[in-house]
Design a protein around this ligand. Structure first.
Ligand code: ATP
Ligand code: MG
Length: 557
């Protein structure tokens, strides 16, 4: 697999020091998704970091499902996450785990906290607990249940587990400090009652652990050495440390935070992605306009391009909005050297070569990659009737228009120079056909092929071309920060998808495989949509048409 540009960063430096000093002799990391949606480009950054740092040293990485929230989690999501991580190029081997694997151990750890006077059952309602929590500037207040006796706490907690109480009747809270300046330390909840069926443990539990508690201990149980997470967890680190102090003094994973990946014109919040799907704004988690891993894969992005983006963006402590063009350039750079060139006409205009023999078919030799002769050549049928791109003809063309115009000449790639003799129109005055003549002396590769004309255009033979549907994707949002003005719906790009159902492509494309990617010369990179023959997704254009707008929007905001 193509390795991304390697770089170092502050996390890799810490890891190298920990190995050099003998603090660790192996590196153990984890990627801990919650199976409540599909993975997106932001997750890719975390996946690449966790798997790559472990691969750069003796070490390994766990794929751990943080499945502590049964109401929102589904098996479908867990399966999709595994597919996506694998597709990105990473392998967890035997190390697929779930927070739910540890439910019993987590319960015991909670009991230990209760026994040691470090946790208590609170019977206030969620609203009451919130109202006593205080604010950033004001200390919280103790719950009246904070000083419950250990026996009473143990009894209540056991009965919470046994399902004796309704949701919300009690919570188990850590007993830390209601006056702490860090709100995360104001007696955070450890367990809550949720009478919900869990995708893996079914109805065996009526209580579920909270994220911070489950996550810290799962890290410790798995011998994670470096627990790498995004910056919003920085304020949770003291709680992470508190759990380790109380419960796992011997094995201490180190939590290190890094900046999230945020891309312009993109939404990655799972809540908003779910909305886009439910409101039929996109067709599903794998809609090719979404920067979900499934969407990018379906669109035709190579995994190597996503890894390259993550590497290019790097690991820092500073949140920044990355131009979408950076990702698209990674896609172009990965596909450029390897994607075979082909010809496809998106909006066909028929051209009749009036001086070309009626029944003649010639085979024209085309290079599969002009810069890489080792990719070989193919034969393209050429005949009296061909299609060219509508946009390659202009009736009232400016002087600098070097494609086809009345009386003008252009070269057909790998074929002949033609001259436009006649423009055929329908009743409304639309151009429907061109009558041209070809110059038989100008066959590409032939003796007189150096007669020069300024323009070269692509074409397909009408009788041989394969009809195709082409899905042209563009940005889903036209504002670099969707929703910055309030509602992201206002920023939707009404032209994010154009479906062309009468394109014509060269006949060899009938054999394209589901994982193949090609460049339609002069147009962009394309792949089959979910392997359907004749249905093409535009992966990316050849050039970035948004660059100026994007830079302006980012500068303005
Ligand atoms: P979302 O905000 O999209 O709902 P999440 O963070 O709740 O995502 P999780 O499944 O909990 O989703 O994330 C799993 C891991 O991926 C976490 O360790 C999280 O830090 C990391 N992650 C999520 N989003 C990003 C991002 N934009 N950049 C880098 N890492 C991310
Ligand atoms: Mg999360």
């Amino acid at each position: 697999m193509t390795e991304p540009t390697t770089t170092t960063d502050f996390i890799r430096q810490i890891i190298a020091e920990d190995l050099a000093s003998g603090k660790h002799d192996r590196i153990v990391t984890r990627f801990p998704p919650e199976p409540n949606g599909y993975l997106h480009i932001g997750h890719a950054k975390s996946i690449c970091l966790n798997f790559e740092v472990a691969r750069e040293h003796p070490g390994h990485t766990f794929l751990r499902f943080d499945d502590t929230n049964p109401g929102k989690e589904r098996r479908e999501y867990a399966e999709a996450i595994k597919d996506d991580v694998r597709w990105l190029g990473f392998d967890w081997g035997e190390r697929l785990t779930h927070a739910s694997d540890y439910f019993e151990r987590l319960y015991e750890a909670a009991v230990t906290l209760i026994r040691n006077g470090d946790a208590y059952v609170d019977s206030l309602s969620a609203d009451e607990i919130r109202s006593l929590r205080g604010t950033l500037t004001e200390a919280g207040q103790d719950s009246p249940h904070r000083d419950r006796r250990v026996e009473e706490n143990l009894d209540l907690f056991a009965r919470m587990r046994a399902g004796e109480f309704e949701d919300g009747a009690h919570v188990l809270r850590a007993k830390i400090d209601m006056a702490s300046p860090n709100i995360n330390l104001r007696d955070p909840a450890l367990y809550r009652i949720r009478k919900q069926t869990h995708p893996r443990t079914g109805d065996s539990w009526s209580i579920y652990p909270m994220y911070d508690f489950a996550h810290t201990l799962s890290d410790a149980f798995e011998g994670i050495t470096h627990s790498l997470c995004t910056l919003e967890f920085e304020d949770h680190r003291p709680l992470y440390e508190w759990f380790l102090d109380k419960l796992q003094p011997d094995h201490r994973p180190r939590q290190i935070e890094f900046a999230r990946l945020s891309l312009a014109y993109t939404i990655t919040s799972k809540r908003k992605l779910t909305e886009l799907i439910e409101q039929d704004i996109v067709t599903g988690w794998d809609d090719p306009r979404l920067l979900t891993i499934a969407g990018m894969r379906r669109r035709g992005y190579p995994a190597a391009a996503i890894r390259e983006l993550c590497s290019r963006v790097g690991i820092t402590k500073k949140n920044a909005l990355i131009e979408l063009g950076v990702l698209e350039n990674c896609v172009r750079e990965v596909l450029g050297p390897v994607a075979p060139r082909v010809m496809g006409v998106l909006k066909p205009l028929k051209v009749v070569l009036t001086n070309y023999p009626e029944d003649q078919v010639e085979m024209m030799t085309a290079q599969n990659h002009p810069a890489d002769p080792s990719m070989g050549t193919r034969e393209l049928p050429f005949s009296r009737e061909i299609y060219i791109e509508q946009t390659d003809f202009l009736e009232d063309a400016p002087r600098k228009f070097f494609r086809l115009k009345p009386g003008g000449e252009v070269r057909l790639r790998y074929a002949y120079i033609i001259r436009c003799e006649d423009v055929i129109k329908d009743d409304q005055g639309n151009v429907v056909e061109l009558h041209c003549t070809y110059d038989p002396e100008t066959r590409s590769g032939g003796p007189q092929s150096d007669r020069k004309v300024k323009g070269t255009i692509h074409w397909v033979s009408a009788a041989h071309a394969m009809p195709a549907t082409v899905q042209l994707y563009d940005r889903l949002f036209r504002n670099a920060r969707p929703g910055a003005g309030g509602d992201y719906h206002d920023d939707l790009n009404p032209e994010s998808l154009e479906v062309i159902d009468n394109a014509m492509v060269e006949p060899g494309l009938a054999d394209l495989g589901a994982d193949d990617r090609v460049q339609f010369e002069r147009i962009g990179y394309f792949a089959l949509d979910q392997g359907q023959p004749g249905v093409f997704n535009r992966i990316v254009t050849l050039r970035d048409s948004w660059k100026k707008i994007e830079q302006q929007q980012l500068a303005d905001s």
